[in-house]
Design a protein around this ligand. Structure first.
Ligand code: GDP
Length: 177
């Protein structure tokens, strides 16, 4: 359709934080233990948000270096970023800052449309990162923030709604294509 807006969203973060699981839950509504092994994947889904239909292309960096996406052909035209840490791994939270700085540097901007995601909240007994810590980091980055579980499908769709919101915030005029 003519008024279908294309939005390209890249999902980044440390290995095993659940990036693929999050995307597969969002696109296919299922949780599959160890899904895609090694290949960079792109997924498509159309999403209704605030009365508009968005044609979302979601890029997964499955099995690759966190930064490989920025050097790949997929980096061109990315509208928004989803940066994932696991609430069960403090190291993965630290990685968010590293990835964020790398994107800022790569894009040559001071601010990017971005959502910080604390994954695997169903593993509450193994939690290493408090909600407040995750939220604080997101505030510093002027980014959206949400905690999710791909396993129980908690707040999975919300991740992508927040990302669209962050993209639209910075692009007040309607963009098509
Ligand atoms: P990626 O390397 O970041 O893409 O991570 P994966 O999606 O491959 O997930 C890594 C591991 O964490 C797999 O064993 C998943 O089944 C598991 N996992 C992913 N998301 C969740 C979640 O929300 N809850 C739980 N309990 N496990 C998860």
């Amino acid at each position: 359709a003519e008024n279908l807006k294309k939005r390209k969203i890249a999902v980044l973060g440390a290995r095993s934080v659940g990036k693929s699981s999050l995307i597969v839950q969002f696109i296919e509504n299922q949780f599959v233990e160890s899904y895609y092994p090694t290949i960079e994947n792109t997924f498509a889904k159309s999403v209704k948000y605030r009365g508009a239909e968005y044609d979302c292309e979601v890029i997964d960096t499955a099995g690759q270096d966190e930064f490989s996406i920025l050097n790949s052909k997929h980096a061109i035209g990315i509208h928004g970023y989803v940066l994932v840490y696991s609430v069960t791994s403090r190291a993965s939270l630290d990685m968010i800052q590293v990835v964020y700085d790398k994107i800022i540097d790569f894009c040559g901007v001071t601010d990017i449309p971005c959502v910080i995601v604390g994954s695997k909240v169903d593993l509450e007994h193994s939690r290493q990162v408090s909600p407040a810590e995750g939220e604080k980091l997101a505030q510093e980055m002027k980014a959206g923030w949400v905690e999710t579980s791909a396993k129980t499908n908690l707040n999975v769709a919300k991740v992508f709604e927040l990302c669209l919101a962050e993209i639209e915030k910075r692009a007040p005029r309607n963009q098509t294509g």
